[in-house]
Structures are given as C-alpha cells and as structure tokens.
Write a new protein. Structure first.
Length: 345
C-alpha cells in the first residue's frame, strides 16, 4: 500500500543530527540529513547525481554538503553550488530537496509535494513547552512491522492488561468500556477506569498502593503521530476532570516513521506534570516505557510475520477494532485523495 506523502514525519531526534551527514530511509526514499554551520537542519535525496555515491558519504562544508568522491557541493535547496574540479557545475546538476523543520526536539521532514509543506501543520504538544511540565526524550524503537500495525496498537487501550501486565496494565483486569470518535485530526479513543488498584506505573510514581481512577486517552493523529494522555488520581476525587488527590498525568508521545512497508521507527518521548526538574525521575519513567514498548514490539513483529505468511487470509473482528478501523479508513481516504490530486496535476 502506498504511504501518505503530503505529511510531516520525524526523521531524527534533534540530538542525533549534528554536522556529520546522517543517512535515513523514510517511506522508502533514501535521504541524507545534516545540520549546517547556522544550526539549521537540511535534507536531500541521498544520491550524488555524478556517480551516484550516497551523499551521506560526504562532508558538511559550512551550510552545504559536499560529495565525498569529487567534491560536488549542494546547498539545502538541492542546487549545486560548487564543482571544485572544473570551472562551473554542469547544467541540471541538482538533487531533490526535502523541507525540514525542528519541533519538540525532533527533526521533521515533509515527504510529499514541497510546495504544499506548511510548518504550522507540524504536530506540537503545548505542554512540551510549559514550565510546569517536564520532558524526557526516549529512544528510536526499530520495529520490523508496517506502521499501521503500530497505529492499530495505539488506537487500542484494551491491550495493556495483556501485553503490559507489570507496567501499564490494570492489576484488577478491569475491562472498562472504550469509546472512540473521529476528530478533525484523526481518532480519539478513551477509556476511564474507576476505582482500581493502580497500575505498576502509577504505583511506582506515587509510591502508594491505594485505589485510583485512571484514564487513557489515545489520540491518534493521521498519518502516524500518537499521543497517549494517561494518568490517575485518588479514587472518587475527581481525577478525570482535572483535579483529584495524588493526580499524575503523562503524555506518552510516539512519532512513527515508516522506513519501508514492513519496518517502522517509533521515536518516543514523554511529558509529565510531576517530578519537574528531576532528570533521574524522567529516566526511571523512560525505563518503564522501554519495558512496555519492547513488549509491543515483540507482539507486532510476530503479527507482521504471520500476516506475511498468511497473506489474504481473513481475520475475525472484535468490538475493540472499531477505533483502529476508523483510523485505517481515514488513511485510505488520504492516500486516495493524494493519488487523485497527483493524477489531476
Ligand atoms: S560521485 Fe559525487 S562528485 Fe563524483
Ligand atoms: Fe502497548
């Protein structure tokens, strides 16, 4: 299935992009990213038009990127600005450039029609920037599975009791009802669990075993950003509405970048409203997420393998699939719209 192209995807953590060229495969395209002397990220197709050496084998020169074979030099717009071995570069010496921008400690890349790239459409979580919230950047989780399998998982609060029993699952195995609805940006799936023993995660944060009301709000933004707003407060103290005793809230953010049809990089981070300024706490929480996300990875890779083995075979449906189904239909519509627009052009 084709990808949604006219969208911003995460190409890298900002921390991983320095003044050495960085190769990446995104939606099957081979790109090279670098940060110029001015600190700005840039991205080109990773191919020198001369002998096809990947430009990632070259070096950064000021704001530009120089091929490592004969020194053709390209600016961030893909134009050739230097051919050291001759007086002037040949006509038509250019490389495809991709719009890039930085937001939330991430480098974003626009993979579609460059004339439609609008930085104001890049996802941004307001709390990420607020002083009374703390941020911890996590890892780049490499999953050998199609990104839509990850999206299915991130439209589905019910799986946590079975996949993440020690961290995010509810120890009472309460199966509270799940609601979902389509929004202007994707699909929101919500589950409110009243008067439960705390999950391992919330017990560790509060160092307290007493009963809690917990919420999971899964915000799945098309095409591939997932924000999980979850937390808990003392049972019956009004935690769902924003107050509540011992209330803690976390935004667990996943930015999924399809590498190819069957491989996805999930870069994750979290934003929380407790233990502000305590990087050690941030790292301890990330460690809990690392355990949980490794559990998801194992499940999704196993599913991808079986899907490949049993391609065409029908599956049964469950009520819990409704949310993921809504999201997949939306992705289908986006892909069809892009194809129609491209055909018209
Ligand atoms: S291969 Fe790039 S300059 Fe020759
Ligand atoms: Fe999970």
């Amino acid at each position: 299935m084709p990808f949604v192209r006219n969208a911003w995807y995460v190409a890298s953590f900002a921390r991983d992009l320095g003044d050495s060229p960085l190769a990446a495969t995104i939606l099957g395209d081979e790109v090279v990213l670098w940060r110029g002397a001015d600190g700005q990220p840039r991205a080109l197709e990773n191919l020198c038009p001369h002998r096809f050496l990947p430009l990632s084998k070259g070096r950064v020169r000021g704001d530009n990127l120089q091929c490592g074979y004969h020194g053709l030099t390209f600016d961030g717009g893909g134009g050739c600005v230097g051919a050291p071995t001759q007086d002037a570069p040949p006509a038509k010496c250019a490389v495809r450039a991709y719009p890039v921008a930085e937001r939330m400690g991430l480098v974003w890349i626009w993979m579609g029609d460059a004339s439609r790239a609008d930085e104001s459409e890049i996802y941004d979580l307001p709390e990420y920037h607020q002083d009374d919230w703390a941020v911890a950047h996590g890892d780049a989780l490499d999953v050998t599975a199609n990104y839509l399998l990850l999206c299915d998982n991130l439209c589905d609060p019910t799986h946590v009791n079975y996949v993440h029993p020690s961290t995010l699952g509810n120890p009472d195995e309460i199966n509270a009802p799940v609601t979902h609805r389509e929004t202007s940006w994707g699909v929101l799936t919500e589950r409110l669990t009243s008067d439960s023993a705390p999950t391992g995660f919330i017990r560790a944060v509060n160092n307290d075993d007493s009963r809690v009301d917990m919420w999971q709000r899964y915000l799945m933004y098309a095409p591939s950003t997932s924000i999980i707003d979850f937390g808990g407060a003392g049972a019956g103290t009004g935690g769902f509405e924003g107050g509540g005793e011992r209330r803690v809230q976390i935004f667990s953010c996943h930015f999924m970048t399809p590498v190819t049809e069957d491989r996805t990089i999930d870069r994750w981070l979290h934003v929380r409203d407790f233990d502000i300024g305590d990087d050690g706490a941030g790292e301890r929480i990330s460690e809990q997420f690392r355990i949980a996300f490794a559990e998801d990875k194992e499940i999704l890779e196993a599913i991808q393998q079986q899907e490949d083995r049993h391609s065409g075979r029908g599956k049964i449906g469950l009520d819990l699939d409704a949310s993921a189904g809504l999201f997949r239909r939306r992705i289908d519509r986006m892909i069809r719209t892009e194809a129609r627009t491209a055909a018209a052009a």
